[in-house]
Design a protein around this ligand. Structure first.
Ligand code: ZN
Length: 162
């Protein structure tokens, strides 16, 4: 095996990282560019992380929102939870800043905070763990991130700590 690489996301100082919306990485190959965002909903190692049901539910709701958004759906490559359960990664075609994503994230988190009805994809045919889904805490966590972070976002919630 080749020497293990120190991956870029481990080089972010998680002890200084606040909740926010960050550019995690930009990947280029030939003429294509992909921007991956770090949607950080809880402060690493300081705040309680989301439980698995909550982050799983937000994955279903967020993916549904993004894939249904007329303006953005063709830009979306991937949306999914971080294993540490402090947030999500979102990969989009093109090169963009963190500020460019604030309005979309406000809309998405409002959609999730206000969501009523059946959770999209909640069936054994559509999901690998369909009983592990539930709305109340997912809505609460969405509202919290929307109101406490996105609606009054500052520079240090948009740029990684140096
Ligand atoms: Zn699922």
């Amino acid at each position: 095996m080749e020497e293990l690489r120190q991956i870029e996301s481990f080089q972010v100082d998680h002890e200084k990282l606040k909740r926010g919306l960050y550019v995690s990485r930009i990947d280029r190959r030939n003429d294509e560019v992909v921007t991956t965002y770090d949607i950080r909903m809880t402060e690493p190692n300081k705040e309680r992380v989301m439980d698995t049901m909550t982050i799983h539910t937000l994955e279903h709701l967020g993916a549904t929102y993004l894939r249904s958004n007329e303006k953005w759906k063709n830009e979306v490559i991937y949306f999914g939870p971080m294993g540490c359960r402090t947030g999500f990664y979102l990969s989009l075609w093109g090169e963009r800043s963190s500020k460019d994503l604030v309005d979309l994230m406000k809309d998405m988190y409002k959609f999730m905070a206000d969501f009523e009805g059946n959770i999209p994809g909640q069936s054994p045919k559509e999901c690998g763990n369909y009983t592990d889904l539930g709305l109340p805490r997912a809505k609460q966590e969405s509202k919290k991130y929307l109101e406490e972070v996105l609606l009054n976002i500052k520079e240090d919630n948009l740029i990684y700590p140096q």
